[in-house]
Design a protein. Structure first.
Length: 579
């Protein structure tokens, strides 16, 4: 939500020299030598670094919203142009105060019109400010759920600025959320991509993929890669599209690669996907070996290596690679980015945060700084509840980016424990990518916690209709059926989950509960619970481990008291089911 997206490079210069010792002779001629410690490349500088461009933004990033609003009000008193009021509207929107936000947006729009009408001859003098203002107005209306107004205002502003990229990104999002895919396609037709800017090509590729122009999206992504093989935005897009459909995306890229066996772009994309998970890290390593001595992009290839090393627990190697990237790319966003991750791995969280801020200052448009790097650091600093402003900054830069919206939803669901906001953003995400089955599953989990079981069941059925090959969707629906006494439906879903993944300890636990509670078959239940208990590994959360262990111990204690087909005295309230 910054007022300016201009890049500032070469701001921080690291000294290679020691500050000479200064000897001061006092009364007793005691010499005190003050020697400065040699500064490292990416900085253990003590001075504060901030991405904020004014005091109001500083308060905003510290999640001091009331203070930020007051500071913006002071700035607005000195400025006729209503941009600061729009920033206030954005804060109210973030807080969920949509009525207040809408009122301020309307007044700001009216003020803007008066100024524009009186400056017709010199309109070019306020054009840049106007573009920022109107884009923020349209986008904030959209975030407030004012879909009709976002369309009305957006279409009106497009007449004034038909080629403004930020407004086009916003209107692309507006049309998708409102189910107007044809108009979203028209917007992309007007998007004048910079053919020499790999990041811009990657953005256009991502938007094309959201309207089912997948082949075109991959073609644009390949163009971007050949423009700059070290543009990490390309890898970010690959990561985003493979998050919930890893094998589908791999199959698409693999098919292209087989047709063009010498195409390096496809190989590095596949390596990126394989490197996302421990189970496929070996496949990533194989491709890395093939690409090692080829022109495949030094930075991109090394960042993939970092992921592989993290997956295999080789943190020293990961840190070494990050250090090399930082050393070879001083005073750049990627250099500071790598240095921040190196600091993070070393447990130097303050230094990591400083370098992350420097990375942002060098490139304010790189989204992963706001949505991944800074949040990871703040979590380690026990400041998870203060991450919200960074997510919102990212959202205003790429409103169409479903990965950002899902991260925001997960943040509200898992960290803030605000089910209303979590559902709001999951619902928003489902409109941008309605084929993402996992969104509906996560919404169902919230509904279950809120005792809205029937709604949860419909959402789970939606997930299964989109992707019936995911065990957890069937497992969760089976649990709900079991709780409602629909036992035939329950065992059908439990068996579907088991057929998909016979080693899923959560499904084995639920099967045990069914056999014990419904069929009164304690021995069969114990067999399933034993398999669940013995299958516990480091992927299972501590909470889930505890539930499985308690179930197993409870049933094991009873196993000597009851015959195979006798009623066991256990009820569903005695055993824990998983969703």
């Amino acid at each position: 939500m910054e007022n300016s997206d201009k890049e500032h490079k070469n701001i921080f210069k690291s000294s290679k020299y020691l500050v000479p010792a200064i000897t001061m002779f006092l009364c007793l001629s005691i010499a005190t030598g003050i020697v400065a410690v040699t500064k490292s490349l990416m900085g253990t500088k003590k001075e504060d670094v901030s991405i904020a461009t004014n005091v109001a933004e500083e308060s905003f990033y510290n999640k001091k919203y009331d203070a930020s609003i007051k500071e913006y009000e002071e700035l607005q008193k000195e400025d006729q142009w209503p941009i600061w009021n729009v920033k206030i509207a954005e804060i109210y929107s973030t807080e969920g105060e949509f009525v207040k936000s809408n009122e301020i947006l309307q007044k700001s729009y009216e003020t803007r019109n008066k100024i524009v009408d009186t400056k017709d001859k010199g309109k070019e003098t306020i054009e840049d400010k106007d573009k920022e203002l109107i884009n923020d107005i349209v986008l904030t209306y959209l975030m407030n759920g004012e879909n009709k107004k976002s369309i009305e205002y957006g279409e009106m502003f497009l007449k004034d600025y038909p080629n403004d990229k930020n407004l086009l990104k916003t209107m692309f999002t507006v049309y998708i959320i409102n189910g107007q895919k044809d108009k979203a396609k028209e917007v992309l037709g007007n998007y004048q991509v910079d053919q020499d800017d790999a990041a811009d090509l990657a953005v256009l590729a991502r938007m094309n993929m959201l309207i089912d122009n997948f082949d075109k999206g991959l073609a644009l992504l390949k163009d971007a890669w050949y423009k700059d093989k070290n543009e990490i935005k390309i890898l970010d897009v690959i990561t985003q599209i493979s998050q919930n459909s890893k094998w589908d995306i791999l199959n698409k890229i693999s098919t292209l690669q087989k047709k063009n066996p010498n195409e390096l772009a496809y190989k590095i994309w596949m390596a990126e996907i394989y490197a996302l998970n421990k189970e496929t890290s070996k496949d990533a390593n194989k491709l890395i070996s093939e690409l090692e001595n080829k022109d495949a992009g030094y930075i991109s290839l090394n960042l993939i290596k970092v992921n592989v090393y993290k997956n295999t627990g080789e943190m020293e190697k990961a840190e070494e690679v990050l250090n090399n990237i930082a050393s070879n790319n001083p005073d750049s966003f990627i250099g500071y980015y790598a240095a921040a991750y190196e600091n993070l791995a070393e447990g130097k969280y303050k230094d990591a945060f400083i370098n992350a801020q420097r990375s942002v200052i060098c490139n304010r448009n790189y989204i992963e700084n706001y949505t991944s790097l800074i949040p990871e650091i703040m979590i380690k600093q026990n400041k998870a509840n203060a991450i919200e402003p960074y997510f919102m900054t990212a959202l205003y830069k790429e409103p169409f980016n479903n990965s950002i919206i899902i991260k925001i939803a997960e943040y509200y669901k898992n960290t803030v424990k605000d089910s209303t906001k979590a559902l709001y953003y999951y619902n928003l995400a489902s409109k941008i990518n309605p084929s993402d089955a996992d969104i509906y599953y996560n919404m169902a989990l919230i509904k279950i916690n809120n005792q809205r079981v029937d709604e949860a069941m419909e959402l789970l059925k939606k997930s299964i209709s989109l992707n019936g090959k995911v065990a957890k969707y069937h497992r969760a629906l089976g649990s709900l059926y079991l709780n409602k006494g629909k036992n035939d439906d329950a065992i059908k879903e439990i068996r579907s989950a088991y057929d998909i993944n016979k080693n899923d300890v959560l499904t084995l636990n639920n099967a045990a509960c069914y056999y014990i509670i419904v069929e009164g078959d304690l021995d069969r239940g114990k067999v399933n619970l034993k398999a669940s208990y013995e299958g516990i590994n480091d992927k299972i959360s501590e909470d889930d481990k505890t539930k499985i262990t308690e179930n197993y111990n409870r049933v094991k204690a009873l196993s000597g008291e009851y015959n195979k087909k006798s009623t066991s005295k256990l009820t569903l309230s005695d055993l824990k089911l998983f969703y």
